[in-house]
Design a protein around this ligand. Structure first.
Ligand code: PLP
Length: 435
């Protein structure tokens, strides 16, 4: 029988992971139980020794959540997946799985404001030194940033909201030369448009809250591992660089995660240690709703892209629009990279400046009727935001500019309404702006 991974992407979206047997529900069931019953102690002991794939307590996983993880791994061309309570938690535990106080992490600057804060404030307070750099620097320049304690390289496929496109192959080459994993947040591109592991990334993270769910119902996150990193690499002194992955773990009777779980070691440890300890578990209902969204991911992304391309062209030609950034638009700084890594389209998020700067931008928002002002992207509803005064307000103006946030920038996530209606709403709001 043909394996699911050998099907085309659209088929994996619809049928991936959960498959109904005869007389079973066609839709993935929601198993809403905190705990699981056993008939004898040895069966429970096997769970604690990680010798059984079964469940014991929903903080450590449950069947509905498992299916979502398997589906995300399948869609991302990975070998294993791990769901989390949010995208923030996904990025946090992806790093904590392999880093500790005193370690150094390299991250592109053009990343989501929440991730920037997590890296720059909270992780720094815990002793992790995250250094930001311009992701468009040359390979040689980035390589010079390596320190003996560098443990990971991080970037976003499509920076939110800078809309920069990550040169994933360049980053993967740098990561391999540094002998560290490349972690790519693929939230805005989604696996329908780009699968970073196919370009050499080792770990992919997601806020499934965005396009994966797509309907704005569920906060969630996911980590997918590529099964393509050798966790036995040594540091310059000949010691194991990733002892959490490749040395005996005392909390599991000396178990070596990489030896025992191979290409699923990273995600198994995330579940067995990080999610166990931090409790950032995805709830079964959220897993169900996210899975429901993923079933239509491919068709939704196709229409999101089609609408976004038409909206971007309209905005570019509008007399009230100063500038527009959308990597799917010819002439954009990242157009060529977008064509390479997202040949089916550069997703549906764009940013632009209304003539008149910050005040005019705020004025424009007030006149919108159909489009929603929300702190959200990747939704069926067209969504608009002014990052400088909202999502990125904790950052200094200098840090905002470094993250690609102009004070007058409007972020627009194009939804699935009829594109003529979206354009008409934007047009009337732009025309009402007083200069
Ligand atoms: N990564 C990216 C690229 C995001 O855009 C977001 C949220 O907007 C996150 C991570 C954080 O995800 P969540 O809001 O699900 O915690």
């Amino acid at each position: 029988m043909k394996e699911m991974k050998d099907n085309k992407f659209e088929t994996k979206c619809v049928h991936g992971a959960y498959r109904a047997q005869s007389a079973q529900p066609q839709n993935m069931p929601i198993i809403q139980s905190t705990t699981y019953r056993y008939y004898n102690a040895p069966d429970v002991a096997a769970l604690f020794d990680l010798d059984s794939p079964n469940h014991m307590y929903a903080r450590l996983g449950s069947p509905t959540v498992d299916y979502l993880e398997q589906k995300m791994a399948l869609l991302e061309s990975g070998t294993a997946g791990m769901s989390t309570s949010s995208g923030q938690a996904a990025n946090l535990i992806a790093l904590l799985n392999i880093c500790e106080a005193g370690d150094h992490v390299l991250s592109g600057t053009n990343i989501y404001g929440g991730t920037y804060n997590l890296f720059n404030v909270t992780l720094r307070r815990l002793g992790l030194d995250v250094e930001f750099f311009d992701q468009d620097m040359s390979e040689e320049e980035i390589l010079k940033l390596k320190r003996p304690n560098t443990k990971a390289l991080f970037g976003e496929t499509l920076g939110n909201p800078a809309l920069s496109v990550l040169d994933i192959e360049k980053f993967a080459r740098v990561a391999n030369a540094m002998k560290v994993p490349l972690i790519v947040d693929n939230t805005l591109a989604t696996p329908a448009l780009c699968r970073p592991i196919e370009y050499g990334a080792h770990i992919v993270t997601h806020s499934t809250t965005k396009f994966a769910d797509g309907h704005g119902t569920s906060i969630g996150g996911c980590v997918v591992e590529g099964g393509n990193f050798d966790w036995t690499v040594k540091d310059d002194d000949g010691n194991l660089k990733y002892p959490t992955m490749a040395a005996p773990d005392d909390s599991y009777h000396g178990l070596n995660f990489y030896e025992k779980f191979g290409q699923a070691a990273f995600c198994t440890r995330l579940k067995a240690v990080l999610v166990r300890d931090l409790g950032c578990t995805m709830a079964p209902m959220n897993a169900y709703l996210t899975h429901q969204g993923l079933q239509t991911l491919d068709v939704r992304m196709e229409r999101h892209v089609k609408n976004a391309e038409a909206v971007a062209k309209f905005l570019k030609g509008h007399p009230m629009v100063d500038w527009i950034i959308y990597p799917g638009l010819e002439g954009d700084k990242y157009y060529d990279l977008a064509k390479k890594y997202m040949p089916k389209g550069a997703s549906a998020v764009m940013s632009f400046g209304v003539k008149g700067g910050r005040k005019a931008g705020e004025d424009f928002l007030e006149h919108l009727e159909l489009c929603s002002i929300v702190v959200h992207v990747g939704d069926i509803h067209t969504s608009v935001l002014h990052p400088a005064s909202t999502t990125h307000r904790q950052l200094s103006e200098e840090a905002q500019l470094a993250a690609g946030i102009d004070p007058g920038l409007i972020r627009l996530s194009v939804g699935l309404e009829n594109v003529e209606d979206i354009i008409a709403d934007l047009d009337q709001a732009l025309n009402k702006v007083k200069l």
